[in-house]
Design a protein around this ligand. Structure first.
Ligand code: B12
Length: 220
């Protein structure tokens, strides 16, 4: 359970792009024992989604949007620290190399996916944003990954998600890694078209997907 008063404080701070207040509310929630994952799923994602909708409806403009994004990223960074401290990292569900595709700098959703995966025991190598297809695959090779996960938010950058799939095939690695995709510009149809192993519309769905692929790998 998240105390209603803290949830409201955090939502409001995110929607107003007030980073200090958002960080303070996140700290308060964690100190009171709120599960980090719950905070992400029930407060941070809905609040940032509302901000995104407000931007699209022209109710707010770019500076407010960027401030909200920065506040959201500051909170998820704090949440990741809490997850690491909780010792969940002792067991590893699998290793994921994650990034936002080439040409795309949207990273709020990708960061949320990273936090949720870490919270569920995955080892995550976050390559950041504007990541080339080769960089995804090289990082998977270096870190002995199980899953490559790519996020793409714009119509013009979703081709970057296809590039990863194509390069995996070209390098003969299609069966070596599971490849999953997400973000606003990707659909299940597109994922199927490029031959990805999975797609999800949400961060929690991304975790379920990663878990089911790992279960498949382990022969469960
Ligand atoms: C915030 C935002 C920005 C911020 C980004 C800040 C940051 N650090 O990320 C700023 C202001 C910088 C920005 C810039 C631009 N933006 Co912008 N932006 C958005 C906005 C409003 C919200 C995105 C967001 O963070 N949503 C909240 C998160 C939580 O949701 P999410 O990303 O979808 O992630 C969830 C799921 O998709 C899923 N998921 C995400 N990744 C993955 C990966 C995997 C593997 C899986 C399984 C799941 C998964 O899990 C997440 C959590 O549930 C969207 C509109 C929208 N509604 O999406 C426009 C939007 C994406 N932007 C858009 C545009 C055009 C731009 C700019 C080109 C604007 C400009 N003219 O300069 C630039 C792009 C520059 C670039 N090269 O990338 C367009 C894209 C249009 C299109 N279809 O091509 C959109 C759709 C707005 C619009 N309607 O016009 N933007």
């Amino acid at each position: 359970m998240i105390p209603a008063q803290i949830a409201e404080k955090l939502s409001l701070a995110l929607e107003q792009g007030d980073k200090d207040a958002a960080v303070a509310a996140t700290k308060e929630a964690l100190e009171q024992g709120v599960a980090p994952v719950l905070l992400v799923q029930e407060v941070i994602v809905p609040a940032l989604t509302r901000v995104g909708d407000a931007f699209e409806n022209l109710d707010i403009f770019l500076p407010e949007l960027m401030a909200a994004g920065e506040a959201g990223n500051a909170c998820t960074a704090l949440i990741e620290q809490a997850i690491l401290k909780s010792g969940d990292q002792m067991r590893s569900e699998g290793t994921v190399v994650l990034g936002t595709v080439k040409g795309d700098i949207h990273d709020i959703g990708k960061n949320i996916v990273a936090s949720l995966l870490k919270a569920q025991g995955f080892k995550v190598f976050d390559l950041g944003k504007d990541v080339s297809a080769a960089a995804f695959i090289d990082a998977a090779e270096t870190n002995n990954a199980d899953i490559i996960a790519a996020s793409a938010l714009m119509s013009i950058t979703r081709a970057g998600a296809r590039d990863v799939a194509v390069l995996l095939r070209d390098r003969g690695m299609k069966d070596k890694y599971f490849y999953i995709v997400g973000g606003g510009s990707i659909s299940q149809d597109y994922a199927d078209e490029i031959g990805a192993n999975g797609f999800s519309e949400t961060g929690s769905g991304a975790v379920e997907l990663a878990k089911s692929l790992m279960a498949k790998k382990r022969g469960a």
